[in-house]
Design a protein around this ligand. Structure first.
Ligand SMILES: NC(=O)C1=CN([C@@H]2O[C@H](COP(=O)(O)OP(=O)(O)OC[C@H]3O[C@@H](n4cnc5c(N)ncnc54)[C@H](O)[C@@H]3O)[C@@H](O)[C@H]2O)C=CC1
Ligand SMILES: CCCCCC(=O)CC\C=C/C=C/C=C/[C@@H](O)[C@@H](O)CCCC(=O)O
Length: 305
């Protein structure tokens, strides 16, 4: 997290212009803030083999980072590694097979990643599933995997451990901001990701870990995940409600992964952002103002007399 905050008064106008031109600085109001330079940074992405995770990997590579891909799907992950080697060279991306719901798996690959790349600057906890029937598994992956990935990231990134600081982006969903009736467990896990990540961002600021933690909340996106909405095995007792999400997509559309990747990059690069929730819908992206106790908590007084 940049300590420099608005830095224009510390730099000469020429330096400021140069930093803005390089996209390393953005001007906002009376001050300017640094934008993280992704060249040669080391990123970790979970659920990286396909869908949104693959789009986050590719936008990071396009911006000069090296990326460690983590996914439970070994075959698809190795195929993607081969594709990326062709496009970006053999030393820019590495695939690690692991289940984010397994402490042994996840901890082990983090250690291998640091051993190979020497550092970690960016972590995206993206892996997630839909399964309302086997809901314990959904909680273990969607929330447990994000908690574990955040804790492991901080162990390697926080300055008090000799880390370089950096940024963690946890992938929630619009279902992390409001309930999806077809998927109460999925909704619970995504609300958990939002709450946990906001709390951890506050801890990081208070203890000065030097690590920003932000949350991305996408609307429906065209990936394989949505195919599970048509599967009774995954939607369980809520299967009769499957038309509900189809209606939502008919009414409001469905995003492409590339649009979500651009929103992801905003949370990675803008060093003024910590504890921020960025939602993205077909209409566009916007930072969400969530209630905070003691501030603008929307409420209606009730008499207990
Ligand atoms: N597709 C959508 O409409 C939306 C998706 N999201 C979230 O975005 C994230 C990515 O979803 P999609 O790309 O759409 O899904 P996807 O199903 O296309 O990709 C998910 C990836 O995660 C991997 N994965 C699943 N369980 C894992 C585990 N235990 N350990 C490691 N990897 C595992 C899968 O192998 C797969 O490669 C999820 O957290 C999802 O909840 C959020 C909002 C909308
Ligand atoms: C279980 C399906 C998950 C698919 C992947 C996602 O995470 C998609 C999430 C996209 C949108 C979620 C919107 C949630 C909206 C709620 O706040 C609530 O408004 C829904 C009720 C809408 C209504 O009553 O019309």
């Amino acid at each position: 997290m940049s300590k420099l905050g608005p830095i224009c008064h510390f730099l000469s106008p020429v330096s400021c212009d140069s930093l803005v031109l390089q996209g390393l600085m953005c001007e906002r109001g009376a001050g300017v803030w640094l934008m993280m330079d992704l060249k040669d940074k080391v990123a970790v992405v979970t659920g990286a083999a396909q869908g949104l995770g693959r789009s986050f990997v590719e936008i990071l590579l396009k911006n000069g980072s090296k990326v460690a891909l983590i996914d439970v799907n070994k075959s698809v992950g190795n195929e993607l590694k081969a594709t990326l080697d062709e496009e970006y060279g053999r030393d820019r991306a590495e695939f690690y097979a692991a289940d984010v719901s397994s402490e042994e798996d996840f901890k082990g690959v983090f250690e291998k990643i640091v051993e190979k790349f020497g550092r970690i600057d960016i972590v995206c906890n993206n892996a997630g599933i839909i399964n309302e029937k086997h809901w314990e598994k959904t909680i273990a992956i969607n929330l447990g995997g994000v908690v574990r990935g955040t804790y492991l990231a901080l162990e390697h990134m926080k300055k008090e451990n000799g880390g370089n600081g950096g940024v963690i982006v946890n992938i929630a969903s619009m279902a992390g901001l409001g309930p999806l009736p077809v998927a109460p467990i999925y909704t619970a896990t995504k609300h958990g990701v939002v709450g946990f990540s906001r709390a951890m961002a506050a801890v990081s600021k208070m203890v000065d870990y030097g690590v920003r933690i932000n949350i991305l909340c996408p609307w429906f996106v065209k990936t394989s995940l949505l195919s599970f909405l048509n599967s009774e095995e995954h939607t369980g007792i809520f299967f009769p409600l499957k038309g509900f999400t189809e209606m939502m997509m008919e009414n409001h559309g469905c995003l492409e992964v590339d649009a979500v990747a651009k929103a992801f990059l905003v949370l990675v690069k803008d060093e003024s952002k910590n504890g921020e929730v960025l939602m993205i819908e077909p209409e566009g992206a916007a930072f969400v103002s969530l209630p905070q106790w003691g501030k603008d908590f929307p409420s209606t007084p009730v008499s207990l007399q």
